[in-house]
Every structure is written in structure tokens, then in C-alpha cells.
Ligand binder design. Structure first.
Ligand SMILES: Nc1ncnc2c1ncn2[C@@H]1O[C@H](COP(=O)(O)OP(=O)(O)OP(=O)(O)O)[C@@H](O)[C@H]1O
Ligand SMILES: [Zn+2]
Ligand SMILES: [Zn+2]
Length: 841
């Protein structure tokens, strides 16, 4: 008999390995690598995934239990996704089951349920006889057995409701083997079905039957002749049939009883884009620049080899057209494509561009779908009815089996990192998945992440380093907009205390006059968390770490979240002595009020977390703006991405610096990216665009280079900083967060942890300063209190591990964490490991 290795659905350390099960002959044709199965585990039945199959186990199989059931006809995971799960386990220090579960829609998170039925009748005559000799001994017993027999199987709830005071009788029946109990995995969500009607006999036979209806069955006759009329369209939904003909379900049932028609359950798909029509679009003639890029990618596609491209193209350079045409090539090869976009820019405008080109072959996956819709889109992919998926982060796991291309638009976006376990980065997963299936990857952005850009430029000698492709001009031939930086310190000096500088005020007024549109960005990241002097732009920073200090209201002091440095919050500016020093931030609502005051009658659409909570509201607001129902689109980050509106000629940024002062070594990079992206919304079509950036630190390199649309100079400056301070891409980070309800215990444990990591790294000869030129180096910072020092009644401390080289630093941190957890033997201690963290606050 064959054997299968199964990962069971219990995310704990002891179960984080494959368990062996026998494959019963009857199930063998249904089981593949990636199958979801129900297996006995202790006294329970658990859901699990088959990760490998073995023809003939060498060990003693007498104690091995058989797989109980297979849960799907098509295995929900492919061999390649199972392999990807193994890779994720090592890469992100997560449980393998957690990695596998994250690939599936929640609807497939099955739970075991208990059922009671009559014992299965065996085919061997002896046993059958034995069974039949068991006769009910009372009327109650007979009634209960009848109840169960009629329904096939019942839940314990159903049985106890039907026979509330017969618990003892039921228990006796179970004990005597006249009832049996078993467990079965039930999915959280079922396929949606509807009743449909079709002919049950040949057309000629049905026509002949038309003559036989008695006068009082004229309704039945009517139904049958209608069905004959629309015969090529059958089956038809019963509901629709009843509505069209105005007959009752009884009439239809009577026909079914006569055996002329059949009523059956057919599956319906919940399609979130049902009823929407997309105007088909044809491929555009590529510009010279586009053509060069296209040729390189297609060459790789035609080789059917793994390859990674970093497509650096300025805003409006026509990256989307490249995506569309390379996908087309991929489809011609009968292969499939995944398009990843940040959740926030997964707007109907984006979806439309893909649906318009590829029609029904496009599936869409984003977090605003209901569980049911998501499950149906997922099945559309699994069953081969879609060959392109456009989706957010998790679409990287789309169950394709002939993957040819993965595209990641706006590859620099932090939302590609999942902040819950498994804390994966979709970019790395995409590259590894593509390697497993010989697919190409395109990472596209106007402002690539420093990690990707550095990897491409340094021509690292590995398969995963991207090949750099560049597009410098806009596809429609127009120029990038003029950018003006306004020094807000000067505005204050000149007596302007408004949040609108005079140049921005005048620019908005001009747009109102000409009937053109304005996009206003309020960067709300870092709202109220740092302290800044409004007179000179001074920001309180950590003397050791070169990041800004975070203001803590409760203790009224400033703290560094990397090294733990603390200082009292100043009343006057230490640089210029001004009293205009305060924590910083402005809400969108206040900007809206101010706009109304400055420009009476101005029509403003405000887009932020408050106005976009409702399903579809994001889309609705954008549509209103596109229909020119407003003069100004005012919002947070949401307004910066992917929008392409012809009449937007002005982009204003209220305070460019707010994100610059976050305690995050990527602050400058994020600021540069955001400013470049939002500036790219202006003047994309005929009308020329203008951008006004308001800043308290106009001399900062991220602002200077953003205003010059100068990505390369920004990268040069930023890499210098990163190198000097040992941050990625010159090293990698692992953030370990420990939490517990009791502070003293936590502090002690966190210190132990740091010591353990240090000791183990030392033993392996890794520990040492990153300053030196050693190929392998590891350093550990902390422990310090986490930026959120207490969460849900638990204290939090963290250690930051910086490392570089070929060593396996992830397994070292994980092993140390597991060892620590065992030594503490306190179930209250939680340790979370974040490999390559994005959120440091
Ligand atoms: N070859 C082409 N011929 C004509 N128009 C084109 C061509 N390629 C792209 N365009 C048009 O140029 C505009 C900008 O293209 P697109 O939105 O794809 O740019 P992008 O690089 O994705 O920009 P962003 O990074 O700002 O989102 C669109 O209106 C698009 O239809
Ligand atoms: Zn510090
Ligand atoms: Zn000052």
C-alpha cells in the first residue's frame, strides 16, 4: 500500500512536520500532492495537506492509520505551491501549515464535524447477519434508528433536538454499535447552487408527450412546450422559469414526477463584476522605448526560462501597456499570468484595463470581496476558466498550473509585505514561485525600492537579481510636470500662518478659473508623532541612530525606537530658541474646512480612511471626480497612486516632510516615492501639469530630487546613508518581538534572548561588527521597548538583528526563540519573528 506524508492543520511546534498515513486503495486515484484530506489524529479528525506520496514504505506500517477522506476533486494546491510552502517555512520562520493555509481562500478552512449514522453495512455475509441480529429493543430505540436511517446522517445537535430526553437511549445504541459516530471535515463555505430545469427525455419523446396532457394539466403542457422552444439554452434556472411563465413550483414538480424533465442543483458563480461591460481594447502601437523593453521580456518568455526584470519607467511612461502585451504573449503560449497591484490602487480603472483586453479570462482578487466571491474567483482560476488574475498581495498564490509570467506593479509598495503570520513579502515569493515554474517576473515602478534597484545595479551573480529595464519618457510624448518647492518657514516669517502657502493658493485659484482639476495630498503618515520647530524646521532626532524621536504623550518625553535613547520633550527649539515647537500633524478634515474658507463654493471630494470604509466608496469617489463633479480631490496616500485623469493639471502637497520624520530608516525613500508618484498625476494628457510641494525642509535631498524627477541622484544619496549606517540593502534585518503580561519577566527573557543569539552567533564565528569587511557578520540591537510598548494588556520588547552574508540567520533566531520558549515554560510568552521587516514603528 502507498503512503502519504501529510501536514496537519495544527499550527504548533510539535506538529510542524509531515505525518505518515496509508493511502487506501479506494482513495488512491483521488490523492495527489497538494490534496486536502481528512486524517485521524489522536482522537480527532483533522484537515491536512498531502506533501508527498511514497510507493512502498520501508518501515513497519502496522501502526500507521489510513487517510479517512479526500476533500476536493481537484487538489487545491499544486506540487509547486507545496514546494513554495516549504521554502516559506524556512525563509520566514513560520509553520508550514500556516504558509499553506495562507495560499487558500478562507472558505476552504475546513473544520471537523461529528455525525451519527447507522453502521455501514459490510459486504461479507457473516457480518451482515451479525448486524441484522441486532434488533431494537424498545419503541424509542426504533424511533431513533428510523430517524437516523431516514436522513442518512445527522449531527448530534439535530439528534438531541429531536429526542431531548433520550440521551441515555442514544448512548446505549452507540455502545451496542447500532449507531456509529464519525467525523468529517466540512468547509466553512459551500458552493452556491440553484435549482435548474432541463429535459429528462429525448426531444422527440418530449414532443410526443405534448399531445397526452389532459385538459386540467394545461399549465404543465405550457411549461414543457416552452422548454422545447428554448431547448438549446437548457438548463434554465427554475426561478426564472416560474417568473417567465407565471406557474408554480408544483407544476414543474409534476412534470419531473412524470419523468419528462429533471430538476437539479447547478453551481452558480458569484461574480463581483457581473453585468458590467468592458469596452474591448486593442494593443497600442508601442513607442520605441516600450518596444525595446517588450522585446527583452518576450525573449525571456519565449525561452520559457525563469528571469526577473526590474522595469523602471517614469510616471506615464506606459508600463501598463507593457504588462498587457507581455501577458498577451504569455497567453498565446497557453500559459497563465498573475498581476499584483497594491490593494489601494486596485481600482475599477485598473481592473478595467485588464478586463478590456482579456475579457472573461480575467479573475480579480482583493480584500473587499466577500468570502464567497473570493472563493468563486479562486475556483475560476483553479478550474482553468481564468488565465489572468489581477489581485493584491495574496494573488501571488493563485492556483495556476502553467504559470508563465508574474507582474508586480508599484513594486516598491510596502503593502506587499504581509504584517500577520506568515510575514511574507510578495516580491520574494513571486520570484521564488516563478523560479519553480520557469516563469518570468516583471517588477515595475517609477520609483523602485532601493533593494530591487541595488540588486539590479550590482549585477549580483545569482538568478534572482533583476535585469534593469528603463523608460525615461512619457508614452504620450508630454513632459513631466514642473515642480515648485515652497519653503513653509519663509511663509511663516512673512506672516502667513495658513496651511496653504501663497503659491499653492494662487495655483488652486487659477485652476478654479479655468475649470481644471486639482489633486491635494495630505501625508498623514506620522501624524502627531514627532516634534518639529515651525520656525527653523528642526526635528528632534536620536544622536545614535539618525532617525527622529517619537513623542510619547503619557510620559511627555521623546524616545528612540531603535536603541532606547530617551530625552524630555523640549519647550523651546534647541536650535533657534523659538517657541513654535510642537508635535506635528494636520487632518484632512481641517484642510477641507480651510479650503471652504479660502475658496467659497469650492467642490471638494475628501478621500481618507473615514470616507472610504464602505464597500465601493473608494470607486464611487473617484468616478465622481472623473465626471468632474468636484474641483479638488483631497486625500491621503490613496490619491497618489495609479490615477490617470486628463483634466488634473495641479498637484499640491500640503506637508511633504511629515513622513520624513518617522522613526524608520526608509523615511526618506518613502517620502521620495510618494512625492514622485503624486507629482506624476499632473498633466498626463494634453494639458501641461504643475506641482507645488510645501515643505519645512526644502533642502532635504528627498525633496530636492523629487522636485527634479531625479530618481538616480536620490538613489545615490540614499545609498550613501544606508551604507554608512548599515541598513538594507547593505545588510538584512530580522525583527524579533517578545511579549508577556508581566514586565519584569519579559525584560529578563528578552535579555536572555539577545544573549542566546549573541552566544550562538559567536560560536559559529558570525558575531561581529558590520563595520568590518567580513563577508559574514551579525549584530543584535536591543532589547528595547517596542514602538507600541503595550498591546492588549501585554508588554512588548524587541530585538533588531542586522546581518549580512551567506549564513542562515533566520534559523538561528528561530532556534533561539524555540529554545527560550522551552526554558521559560510559560505559555504566556509570545515571540514573533519578522524577517525583512517593513513596518518598524
Ligand atoms: N504605445 C502607446 N501609444 C499611445 N498611448 C499610450 C501608449 N502606451 C501608453 N499610452 C497611454 O499613456 C498613458 C500613461 O500610461 P500608463 O498609465 O500605462 O503609464 P504608467 O507607466 O503605468 O504610469 P504610472 O506609473 O504613473 O501609473 C495612458 O493614458 C496610456 O493609455
Ligand atoms: Zn537611537
Ligand atoms: Zn527652531
Amino acid at each position: 500500500m502507498e503512503m502519504a506524508k501529510v501536514i496537519v492543520d495544527v499550527p504548533s511546534k510539535d506538529t510542524d512536520r509531515p505525518f505518515d498515513y496509508l493511502v487506501p486503495a479506494s482513495l488512491r486515484p483521488w490523492i495527489e500532492v497538494g490534496s486536502r484530506v481528512g486524517v485521524p489524529f489522536g482522537h480527532r479528525t483533522l484537515q491536512g495537506f498531502v506533501v508527498s506520496l511514497h510507493p512502498r514504505p520501508e518501515m513497519d506500517t502496522s501502526k500507521m492509520k489510513p487517510i479517512q477522506e479526500v476533500l476536493d476533486v481537484l487538489p487545491p494546491l499544486s506540487r509547486e505551491l507545496v514546494q513554495l510552502g516549504e521554502w516559506m517555512k524556512e525563509r520566514y520562520a513560520c509553520r508550514q501549515i500556516t504558509a499553506l493555509q495562507s495560499m487558500l481562500p478562507t472558505a476552504l478552512k475546513g473544520k471537523a464535524e461529528r455525525y451519527i449514522s447507522l453502521p455501514e453495512r459490510s459486504d461479507t455475509p457473516d457480518e451482515t447477519e451479525g448486524l441484522f441480529s441486532l434488533q431494537p429493543e424498545s419503541e424509542e430505540e426504533e424511533r431513533i434508528l428510523g430517524f437516523v436511517g431516514q436522513r442518512g446522517e445527522v449531527t448530534i445537535q439535530q439528534l438531541s433536538r429531536a429526542f431531548p430526553d433520550q440521551a441515555d437511549v442514544i448512548k446505549t445504541l452507540l455502545a451496542r454499535g447500532m449507531l456509529s459516530e464519525h467525523q468529517q471535515i466540512k468547509d466553512k463555505l459551500q458552493k452556491k447552487t440553484m435549482k435548474a430545469v432541463e429535459l429528462a427525455v429525448e426531444k422527440a419523446a418530449a414532443e410526443a408527450a405534448l399531445g397526452d396532457f389532459p385538459a386540467k394539466a394545461q399549465r404543465q403542457r405550457e411549461v414543457l412546450s416552452y422548454l422545447l422552444e428554448i431547448e438549446p439554452l437548457l438548463p434554465i434556472s427554475q426561478k426564472e422559469l416560474l417568473q417567465t411563465l407565471g406557474v408554480t413550483a408544483g407544476t414543474v414538480k409534476a412534470l419531473a414526477d412524470k419523468g419528462l424533465i429533471a430538476i437539479k442543483d447547478v453551481e452558480v458563480f458569484r461574480d463581483p463584476y457581473r453585468g458590467r461591460h468592458f469596452k474591448p481594447s486593442e494593443p497600442l502601437v508601442l513607442t520605441e522605448e516600450q518596444q525595446r523593453v517588450y522585446d527583452k521580456i518576450v525573449h525571456k518568455l519565449d525561452e520559457r526560462q525563469h528571469g526577473v526584470f526590474l522595469l523602471h519607467g517614469v510616471t506615464g511612461s506606459g508600463k501598463t501597456e507593457i504588462y498587457l502585451q507581455t501577458i498577451q504573449r504569455c497567453l498565446q503560449q497557453e500559459r497563465q499570468a498573475i498581476v499584483l497591484v497594491p490593494e489601494i490602487s486596485l481600482t475599477p480603472q485598473m481592473v478595467e484595463r485588464f478586463k478590456a483586453r482579456f475579457g472573461d479570462r480575467v479573475a480579480v482578487m482583493h480584500s473587499r470581496l466577500s468570502d464567497g466571491e473570493r472563493y468563486d474567483e479562486w475556483r475560476k482560476i483553479r478550474e482553468g476558466r481564468a488565465s489572468v488574475v489581477v489581485g493584491a498581495r495574496s494573488a501571488v498564490f493563485a492556483p495556476f498550473d502553467r504559470l508563465g509570467l508574474i507582474i508586480m506593479d508599484e513594486e516598491h509598495e510596502t503593502s506587499y509585505k504581509q504584517e500577520e503570520t506568515p510575514k511574507y513579502h510578495a516580491r520574494d515569493v513571486a520570484i521564488h514561485r516563478a523560479a519553480l515554474s520557469g516563469a518570468a517576473v516583471i517588477l515595475g515602478s517609477a520609483t523602485p525600492s532601493l533593494e530591487s534597484y541595488h540588486a539590479a545595479r550590482s549585477q549580483a551573480q545569482d538568478d534572482f537579481a533583476p535585469v534593469l529595464l528603463e523608460m525615461h519618457s512619457r508614452a504620450l510624448g508630454n513632459r513631466l510636470p514642473e515642480v515648485r518647492v515652497v519653503d513653509m518657514r519663509e511663509q511663516l516669517r512673512e506672516g502667513n500662518r495658513s496651511m496653504f502657502s501663497i503659491p499653492l493658493h494662487e495655483a488652486i485659484a487659477a485652476r478654479l478659473e479655468r475649470g481644471e482639476q486639482t489633486v491635494l495630498l495630505l501625508n498623514r503618515r506620522g501624524y502627531s508623532t514627532f516634534v518639529m520647530c515651525r520656525s527653523c524646521g528642526y526635528v528632534a532626532g536620536c544622536p545614535e541612530c539618525d532617525i527622529s524621536l517619537t513623542y510619547h504623550q503619557k510620559s511627555n518625553n521623546l524616545r528612540c525606537h531603535y536603541c532606547g535613547y530617551a530625552a524630555p520633550s523640549p519647550d523651546v527649539c534647541p536650535d533657534c530658541g523659538s517657541e513654535h515647537i510642537r508635535y506635528f500633524g494636520t487632518g484632512t478634515q481641517r484642510v477641507e474646512e480651510e479650503l471652504a474658507k479660502l475658496f467659497p463654493g469650492i467642490r471638494v471630494i475628501r478621500m481618507d480612511v473615514d470616507t472610504t470604509t464602505e464597500k465601493g466608496s473608494h470607486e464611487k469617489l473617484l468616478q465622481q471626480f472623473r465626471d468632474k463633479k468636484a474641483d479638488v480631490l483631497l486625500g491621503t496616500q490613496m490619491v497618489a497612486k495609479g490615477l490617470d485623469f486628463p483634466d488634473v493639471t495641479l498637484v499640491g502637497v500640503i506637508t511633504a516632510d511629515s513622513a520624513l520624520n518617522l522613526p524608520d530608516f526608509r523615511a526618506a525613500e518613502k517620502t521620495f516615492q510618494l512625492l514622485t508618484q503624486v507629482a506624476g498625476r499632473a498633466g498626463r494628457h494634453q494639458l501641461p501639469g504643475e506641482v507645488v510641494i510645501q515643505s519645512y525642509t526644502p533642502e532635504h535631498y528627498s525633496i530636492i530630487h523629487a522636485s527634479g524627477h531625479d530618481y538616480l541622484s536620490f538613489v545615490k544619496d540614499e545609498l550613501k546613508h544606508r551604507k554608512a549606517l548599515h541598513y538594507p540593502p547593505y545588510c538584512r534585518l530580522i525583527l524579533v518581538t517578545l511579549s508577556h503580561e508581566q514586565l519584569p519577566l519579559l525584560v529578563r527573557t528578552a535579555e536572555n534572548y539577545a544573549a542566546m543569539v549573541k552566544k550562538e552567533a559567536d560560536r559559529r564565528g558570525w558575531f561581529g561588527s558590520l563595520d568590518r569587511f567580513a563577508a559574514d557578520a551579525l549584530d543584535i540591537l536591543g532589547p528595547v521597548a517596542s514602538p507600541i510598548p503595550r498591546l492588549k494588556n501585554r508588554y512588548r520588547f524587541q530585538c533588531m538583528i542586522k546581518w549580512r552574508g551567506t549564513m542562515d540567520a533566520v534559523s538561528l533566531t528561530r532556534d533561539a526563540a524555540e529554545q527560550l520558549q522551552e526554558s521559560v515554560r510559560d505559555s504566556g510568552l509570545a515571540i514573533s519573528i519578522d524577517v525583512d521587516p517593513q513596518m518598524l514603528m
